[in-house]
Write a protein that binds this ligand. Structure first.
Ligand code: GBH
Length: 473
């Protein structure tokens, strides 16, 4: 490859999520979310930490904007807190202070020539809706649609890129099967499939609402953010490993991308694996993986682009370690292995494999009909002693962005943008503040919560400046 180039209108972004940065958990009429509840229960989060204050972006938004400008971002991905806008989860009561807050954020971004990408749901269901069954209840999908319509109506004149739901896989599995995310349920082998199903229904309803009611005037685009590792067979010459890698991708990426981009229904590999396991364990009744009915919205075609959250790679071989119990792991029946040549520098699950992203992008192009792709999250964490001079992370971003360029240039993948995760250190869910993903460091021991750029932030700013130099911005 001669010289790295990116399309002139390529989106250079960074992302955050409401609960991870905002704080102000009870400010100005905000209702509680399942993450407020979860963190306030004992033993849920590292060090009993919580997002009550976090980066206090609810009060310090202007500091965030300075960071955004310092990086020279063309785009900023943020999420709305559903319970800040609709404290009880429904449009019967709107919290005007919440509307004002997001209006200011959006208007400030646009005034600085930064385009917002807004996620409607990043893990933080209003507690009032959890009390009525949460995502396990089919009616939550309709309530999500009402919330989405409210947001399109209120903010869609200025927001042109929407993500309905962030990582339904993580919400469903970590929240309802593993119990390590809110709402903290450990209902093995059933709840996650049901939650995923209702999230797909809610997403599709919101997409159809946008398509028929708002797109004609607002002319934006809507998708859902799907997280996926790159998976390859441990031994490519071994049939069982090849099948394990396919099954692994079907249970993660395929679970949501197959219905939306390929068939309108779950991957056949996934359903047959689940049903075979049910038969083996003599689990009676309907398939544990729900079926879409005629009353459901059409799922196929409900994404205007492919939104990919990607962090790491794995090698797959057959065999879970709980074959005799009813759980997703035994349904999936895959052992994931980290190659010994892949360094793990930050949090334990994050093996650094920049080339995996290029392979995954090619796979997405080939499997999902060459969609426009936004990489809506990608990043690298730091644990232990603070390192402002984070040379490993600098290298990670350089290497990864080079792989994205190759995917565009050499593989012809239609990548439209790259969003680093995250703009700044924040509340990293079950890991609390012990894991730092920021391009800016946030000093949580300082009353001012001061933001300091990492070396990787400077590096990313340089990369952006280089590739946007010809742009009007
Ligand atoms: C993203 O998920 C989230 O969207 C974002 O909010 C978060 O800050 C970011 O990750 C960094 O973690 O603990 O061994 O069970 C990324 C997908 C899937 C990665 C679940 C971590 C947990 C592995 N995540 N996985 S483990």
């Amino acid at each position: 490859m001669s010289e790295i180039i990116f399309p002139p209108d390529f989106a250079w972004g960074a992302g955050t999520a409401a609960y991870q940065i905002e704080g102000g958990w009870q400010a100005d009429g905000k209702g509680p979310s399942i993450w407020d509840t979860f963190c306030h229960e004992e033993g849920r989060v590292f060090g009993e930490q919580n997002g009550d204050v976090a980066c206090n972006s609810y009060e310090l938004w202007e500091k965030d904007l300075e960071c955004i400008q310092q990086l020279g971002l063309t785009h900023y991905r943020l999420s709305f807190s559903w319970a800040r806008l609709l404290p009880h989860g429904t449009t019967q009561h709107v919290n005007q202070k919440g509307v004002q807050y997001y209006n200011k954020v959006i208007d400030d971004l646009l005034a600085c020539n930064v385009s917002p990408m807004v996620t409607l749901y990043h893990f933080d269901l209003p507690q009032a809706l959890q009390d009525q069954g949460g995502w396990k209840s089919p009616s939550t999908a309709g309530l999500f649609d009402s919330y989405a319509r409210f947001c399109f109506q209120t903010f869609g004149d200025r927001v042109k890129l929407w993500i309905t739901i962030n990582e339904p896989y993580v919400c469903a599995k970590l929240g309802n099967e593993d119990g390590i995310h809110a709402p903290g349920l450990r209902e093995k082998g059933t709840a996650a499939y049901l939650v995923g199903h209702n999230m797909l229904r809610g997403h599709a309803m919101a997409w159809h609402s946008y398509d028929s009611l708002y797109r004609p005037q607002q002319k934006g685009a809507v998708s859902l953010a799907i997280n996926s590792d790159w998976i390859e067979p441990l031994d490519p010459g071994r049939e069982a490993d090849v099948a394990a890698a396919e099954r692994d991708l079907a249970f993660t990426l395929g679970w949501f991308a197959w219905p939306v981009f390929v068939t309108g229904d779950y991957p056949e590999i996934m359903r047959s694996a689940i049903d075979a396991q049910s038969a083996k364990l003599k689990h009676s009744g309907e398939s544990r993986l729900p079926r879409f009915s005629e009353d459901d919205p059409t799922i196929l075609g409900t994404a205007d682009f492919f939104a990919l959250n990607h962090y790491t790679s794995r090698k797959a071989t057959a065999g879970g370690d709980c074959e005799e119990t009813l759980c997703m792991k035994s349904d999936r029946n895959v052992e994931e292995v980290v190659d010994s040549s892949w360094p793990i520098c930050g949090v334990s699950w994050l093996a650094v494999v920049p080339s995996g992203l290029r392979k995954l992008l090619k796979y997405i192009k080939d499997t999902f009909h060459n969609p426009a792709v936004y990489i809506t999250e990608n990043g690298f964490s730091q644990v232990g002693p603070l390192q402002i001079e984070d040379v490993h992370r600098c290298q990670f971003y350089k290497d990864t962005i080079l792989e994205v360029a190759k995917a565009i240039e050499e593989d012809g993948v239609d990548v439209r943008g790259y969003f680093a995760w995250s703009l700044m250190d924040n509340f990293e869910w079950a890991d609390g503040f012990s894991v730092r993903f920021g391009l800016f460091h946030v000093d949580f021991s300082d009353a001012e919560l001061s933001r300091t750029v990492y070396r990787s932030g400077k590096e990313y700013a340089k990369i952006i400046a280089k590739y946007t130099s010809g742009q009007s911005k």
